[in-house]
Design a protein around this ligand. Structure first.
Ligand code: SF4
Length: 264
């Protein structure tokens, strides 16, 4: 989304922080995974998720670190985590086909790239929250509901995962990719947002990625000390969500003007 963000984080690894909302999402993921693996019954998902959060919090404390508070209230953490986990079990789980794989890590070679200047291999890697031959599932915790039309037209993750899965021979196009979304509040509801990725989406995301990499490699080769592409037209560009804000836009624009509500 913002290549400069990736470059600056690599240059300033000390800026990496554990955000509250991301940690809450990770805790809910732990509960979902435990249910799908048959390690706990769905009725225990709330307790399991809250415990996962508290365990991670203690680990951070023992490392002398704390949770970076963004747009949540610490006194609501437990009940929001419990509510989201229960929303998944109630509203989403009944629609998830059984027999798939949880936390499916993949590395998939996409292309050999060769042009006038560069020669390299393009690989996509990531982790599917749940893979089933009928489709790919990804769990999201969010402040508000997703708009299906926006995800169908703009979402990149689904195109990357679908291309990787088809290259690995796991599934054929057209690929159904489902977002299982839980709203972050005390009376959470679950929402399933399906998008479809075709072979043409796969070709486009591959071409788009190669164009981006070629541009970045060209800058790195000829102007190694200059900034990469600086994209501030998105939610993550704010003091709240960008860990390198102070090294970038934050050194020009006061944070009050960038009070983004939520990372998508
Ligand atoms: S402040 Fe904005 S433009 Fe700068 S690195 Fe972060 S996201 Fe990118």
């Amino acid at each position: 989304m913002c290549p400069e963000r990736a470059r600056l984080i690599a240059l300033h690894p000390e800026t990496r922080k554990e955000n509250d909302s991301a940690m809450m999402g990770t805790a809910v993921h732990a509960g979902i995974e435990a249910v799908l693996r048959g390690e706990i019954v769905p009725a225990d998902i709330a307790d399991h998720s809250v415990n996962a959060f508290r365990t991670r919090q203690k680990e951070l404390q023992s490392e002398g670190k704390s949770i970076n508070i963004t747009n949540t209230d610490p006194k609501n953490w437990d009940k929001h985590i419990a509510s989201m986990a229960e929303a998944w079990a109630r509203d989403i789980m009944p629609h998830v086909p059984e027999g798939g794989d949880c936390e499916w890590k993949f590395e998939s070679k996409i292309a050999n790239v060769s042009n006038e200047v560069f020669e390299y291999e393009l690989w996509f890697e990531g982790t599917m929250d749940y893979f089933h031959p009928q489709g790919i599932w990804d769990w999201k915790t969010a402040a508000r509901k997703y708009y299906q039309a926006e995800k169908q037209t703009q979402n990149i993750q689904s195109a990357v995962y679908a291309e990787a899965a088809t290259r690995l021979g796991l599934i054929d196009y057209d690929v159904e990719f489902n977002f299982g979304v839980m709203i972050r509040n005390a009376s959470s509801t679950g929402q399933i947002v399906p998008v479809v990725r075709t072979a043409k989406h796969g070709e486009w995301i591959t071409e788009q990625t190669i164009a981006l990499i070629n541009n970045l490699l060209t800058v790195k080769l000829h102007m190694p000390s200059t900034r990469w592409l600086v994209n501030d037209q998105h939610f993550l560009c704010s003091q709240r969500w960008c860990p390198v804000w102070e090294h970038c836009k934050g050194s020009y624009i006061p944070s009050d003007n960038n009070n983004a509500e939520e990372a998508q």
